[in-house]
Design a protein around this ligand. Structure first.
Ligand SMILES: Nc1nc2c(ncn2[C@@H]2O[C@H](COP(=O)(O)OP(=O)(O)OP(=O)(O)O)[C@@H](O)[C@H]2O)c(=O)[nH]1
Ligand SMILES: [Zn+2]
Length: 216
């Protein structure tokens, strides 16, 4: 098997990209539905009862939606919306809703992302920042990787003076099951360029994302 290396992709993305084109076994939707049906039986249910008869189809559809980011690419979502611009002050898009799924339990990760960059001759369409978050969130994730992928994508696309990403999220696998800690939040960050090198720039970013109670 030959793997083509894509310099615009992170390591994890390289793997997903190569799997989707070469290695991934072709599984039909019918087989996926049958697997859900098997799960239901294993859980002690009767998949043919009225309320469950369409459930395998719904579950497959829902999971496909929650992981649709595997079939999206930076190129497509950008749609060319990177513009030459002399701006060199911080651009921050904050409070971007995140709905992801943890790769260990396939349970929801719900939170918000705050994404900032300092341009270096190029700016990106603001909605594209939210779309980048969305593409990576709609995959099976760990929060750390989601955070890094967002930062690396912007760094790669814009070569800005710096990028800062903070994700604050709650993991249903820690809330509804397992250790059962509702109210627990995980905060992850990725700092690149001036945000990593300059404490004052980082502090300005941290202040901007904390000043509003909505973030609490
Ligand atoms: N670092 C990291 N860990 C995560 C994330 N999402 C889930 N986890 C953790 O993944 C770990 C999996 O641990 P295991 O012991 O293999 O699984 P488990 O028996 O279901 O663990 P418990 O959740 O402790 O019951 C747990 O500690 C989860 O909290 C994430 O985004 N980042
Ligand atoms: Zn989990």
């Amino acid at each position: 098997m030959t793997l083509s290396i894509r310099p615009d992709l992170t390591c994890a993305d390289q793997i997903v990209s190569s799997l989707s084109t070469q290695q991934q076994p072709q599984v039909t939707e019918l087989e996926m539905m049958q697997a859900v049906r098997t799960l239901l039986i294993g859980l002690g249910e009767y998949p043919d009862r009225e309320g469950l008869k369409d459930t395998p189809k719904r579950v497959v559809k829902a999971l496909q939606f929650l992981t649709k980011g595997y079939h999206e690419s930076l190129d497509e979502l950008l749609n060319g919306a990177v513009f030459k611009e002399d701006a060199d002050e911080m651009v921050l898009v904050r409070d971007i809703d995140i709905f992801s799924s943890c790769e260990h339990h396939i349970l929801p990760i719900i939170g918000r992302a705050h994404v900032a960059y300092i341009p270096n001759g190029k700016v990106i369409g603001l909605s594209k920042i939210a779309r980048i978050c969305e593409m990576y969130a709609r995959r099976l994730q760990v929060q750390e990787r989601l955070t890094l992928q967002i930062a690396d994508a912007l760094q790669g696309l814009l070569k800005p003076q710096g990028v800062a990403v903070v994700v604050k999220a709650t993991h249903m696998c820690m809330v509804m099951r397992g250790v059962q800690k509702p109210g627990s939040w995980t905060v992850t960050s990725a700092m690149r360029g001036v945000f990593a090198d300059d404490a004052r720039t980082r502090e300005e970013f941290m202040n901007l994302i904390q000043h509003n109670a909505k973030f609490q």
